[in-house]
Design a protein around this ligand. Structure first.
Ligand SMILES: NC(=O)c1ccc[n+]([C@@H]2O[C@H](COP(=O)([O-])OP(=O)(O)OC[C@H]3O[C@@H](n4cnc5c(N)ncnc54)[C@H](O)[C@@H]3O)[C@@H](O)[C@H]2O)c1
Length: 442
């Protein structure tokens, strides 16, 4: 056993290990770039030929990854991408970063992981380390992946290593990136943990090793369930405060002065992205398999998924004050990406808000500096974004700030608007005479 471990550790230490990353999305691309930047010959494996070609041309399609960095690493020969999975045979370390969506029934869909595993076993060779980074339910690495690899006749530790390491990337966050976010790593065996930890330690500042892959898998689900539940709590508080005519944001700001035992979370139009709305379901599914109901998760989902409806209620109430009906009103939605300063539309609550306003007969348009078109699934239609002009804002009966991108002049927007529903408290810092009359905050 120790010969392949020592040999891999040595190859990692002297940067000879070849790194293959399967799936070059929001998670895989920054990771493969970081390994290439760390001096490793790194290859991205993609099913989407356009992405592989973009990388090989030295271009980035992920806002957090600078194109200049990709170009430089490709030029140096440290970075490349391919759709030819036979090249997996040449890799020492293979990291899986494919999507883990939910099925319509909200059950985990690990088919992308299985497909990546199928590609790996066709060339699996002695000495390789495989790491799963896709978010998934506890047990996936040892109950699902390991039997697939064992089936080849190769044996864990004697022939190959297997570990799980959750990805914590926060797209659009300028302060935290792959390098300075601590990495949690849990192997199927101690040797797997050791080699995986050694690999990540070359490119990230701090690696935390857990005693098993299951702990690492559950750690990721706890982190995102923690967020979903706490956001659910403040979203419920926001709805209650609306009824009681109390300013939720002021309540949270006051509570946050407590130096211990309180962590501020803020309400919003609902939760979005590929993680927070989905990941808790991976945990509750696993819980159900064991006859256990994860009640906090269900409750948070129920509250969070009702927020778009609450926002539509605020729009209706605001228009009513102006003696207008939603039906026939012009409504401008500002920001549709699921969070500030990114272009990711996955699970964005803006979609439910737009659809429901349209169903009520509103004439809805949107502006987003990062998103040009949205697909409305319920209606199976596309809606094109429009440029932001004074005329567009003045003509709108109501402007709804759904996502508070930082490159918008909100003072000017509010000055020109007739009525504003602000779901992000972004107008709080503005000063002006008729601000309170004009702006409704969540
Ligand atoms: N986006 C985030 O902020 C984030 C954060 C932490 C964890 N995660 C987790 O990381 C995983 C990946 O998420 P993402 O946001 O990068 O997804 P993504 O959709 O941006 O990227 C996934 C990529 O994998 C490719 N792909 C799909 N099947 C493949 C296959 N069989 N072989 C090779 N490539 C394949 C897709 O073409 C796509 O480019 C998910 O499990 C997600 O939950 C995401």
């Amino acid at each position: 056993m120790s010969d392949i471990k020592e040999s891999l550790l040595a190859r990692i230490a002297n940067r000879e290990a070849r790194i293959g990353v399967i799936g070059l999305g929001y998670v895989g691309l920054p990771l493969v770039v970081e390994f290439a930047h760390g001096g490793f010959k790194s290859t991205g494996f993609e099913v989407d030929l356009r992405k592989a070609e973009a990388i090989n041309r030295g271009e980035s399609y992920i806002p957090d990854v600078p194109g200049s960095q990709v170009a430089e690493l490709v030029r140096k020969g440290n970075l490349g991408a391919t759709t030819d999975f036979t090249q997996l045979a040449e890799q020492d370390i293979i990291i899986i970063c494919v999507p883990t969506p939910l099925r319509k029934t909200k059950d985990p869909d690990v088919s992308y992981i299985l497909s990546a595993a199928d590609r790996i076993i066709s060339t699996l060779k002695r000495g390789q380390l495989i790491i799963l980074e896709s978010t998934t339910y506890p047990g996936t690495t040892d109950e699902v992946l390991r039997p697939i690899f064992d089936e080849t006749g190769l044996q864990i530790d004697a022939d190959y290593f297997l570990a799980f390491s959750p990805e914590r990337v926060d797209p659009g966050n300028p302060n935290f990136n792959t390098k300075n976010i601590p990495k949690v790593v849990g192997g199927i065996t101690t040797a797997s943990s050791l080699v995986a930890t050694a690999a990540y330690a070359t490119i990230v500042d701090h690696v935390h090793r857990t005693s098993s892959a299951r702990v690492a898998e559950t750690c990721k689900l706890l982190e995102n369930t923690f967020r979903a539940v706490n956001i659910g709590l403040v979203n419920e508080l926001a709805q209650l405060c609306h009824e009681l005519d109390i300013d939720t944001w002021e309540v949270i700001t006051a509570a946050a002065t407590k130096p211990f035992g309180f962590m501020p979370f803020y309400p919003g139009p609902g939760i979005g992205g590929h993680c927070i709305p989905l990941d808790p379901h991976y945990l509750s599914w696993k819980a159900r398999m064991h006859g256990f109901e994860a009640r906090f998760i269900s409750l948070a989902e129920e509250v969070n998924s009702r927020m778009p409806e609450h926002v539509v209620g605020l729009v209706t109430g605001g228009l009513n004050r102006h003696r207008k009906a939603v039906n026939g009103s012009k409504i401008l939605v500002m920001g549709v990406a699921y969070k500030r300063d990114i272009d990711d539309m996955r699970e964005s609550p803006a979609l439910a808000i737009v659809e429901s306003l349209q169903e009520l007969g509103a004439e809805v348009s949107f502006h987003d500096p990062y998103v040009t078109t949205i697909h409305l699934e319920g209606a199976d239609r596309h809606l094109q974004g429009i440029p932001l002009t004074d005329a567009v804002v003045e003509a709108a009966d109501c402007v709804v700030i759904v996502t508070d991108h930082s490159n918008i002049d909100y003072g000017h927007l509010v000055a020109k608007a007739q009525l504003v529903v602000d779901t992000r408290n972004t107008t709080r810092k503005l000063k002006g005479g008729d601000l309170d009359a004009k702006v409704i905050r969540l």
